[in-house]
Design a protein around this ligand. Structure first.
Ligand code: INI
Length: 157
């Protein structure tokens, strides 16, 4: 087999500085995502002082707050944690799509990895399933993705 150069990120959070941006809207769900993300980061070697928790009103505010944090260059990565649950109004689609587009834009423009731990579900039950029950914990996945991406980018530099 031909030798191939392979770049892979270690899942090692030692020495990293990571901001968790957490929405208060649906905090019953979001608190589970935050707990999962913090637990993951600590078990992968981050120091407690390496984690900053920033609370925001709702998912619509993710873009402006992550944009400001990214420009400060104090963090190696950011994890957005929130839940948009479809209600009877079209508000769901606006909030979910603006948050998603904005987060992606900030990550690309700043070059800072941003974990997408924003649940977008039709029902509360689906959100509960993804916040630490039968479908895992999206907060853990988003934190893991940020650590891996930070380590990949370090090697590409
Ligand atoms: N914010 C959420 O984080 N989740 C939701 O489900 C939600 N819904 O359904 O309305 C929501 N709305 C608030 C929004 O994010 C803003 O905070 C608000 O509109 C003020 O700008």
């Amino acid at each position: 087999m031909l030798h191939m150069k392979t770049v892979e990120g270690r899942l090692d959070a030692k020495g990293l500085r990571i901001a968790l941006v957490c929405s208060r809207f649906n905090d019953f769900i979001v608190d589970r995502l935050v707990g999962g993300a913090v637990d993951y980061l600590l078990r992968h070697g981050i120091e407690r002082e390496g984690i900053a928790i920033i609370k925001i009103p709702g998912a619509f505010e993710f873009p402006v707050v992550t944009s400001k944090l990214a420009r400060k260059k104090e963090y190696d990565g950011i994890v957005c944690l929130g839940a948009v649950i479809r209600g009877a109004t079209p508000h769901f689609d606006f909030v979910a799509s603006e948050a998603t587009k904005g987060i992606a834009q900030v990550s690309l423009e700043s070059g800072i990895p941003i974990g997408f731990g924003l649940l977008t579900t039709d029902t509360l039950e689906q959100a509960i399933e993804r916040a630490g029950s039968k479908a895992g914990n999206k907060g853990v996945e988003a934190a893991a993705a940020v650590v891996e991406t930070i380590r990949v980018l370090e090697q590409i530099n």
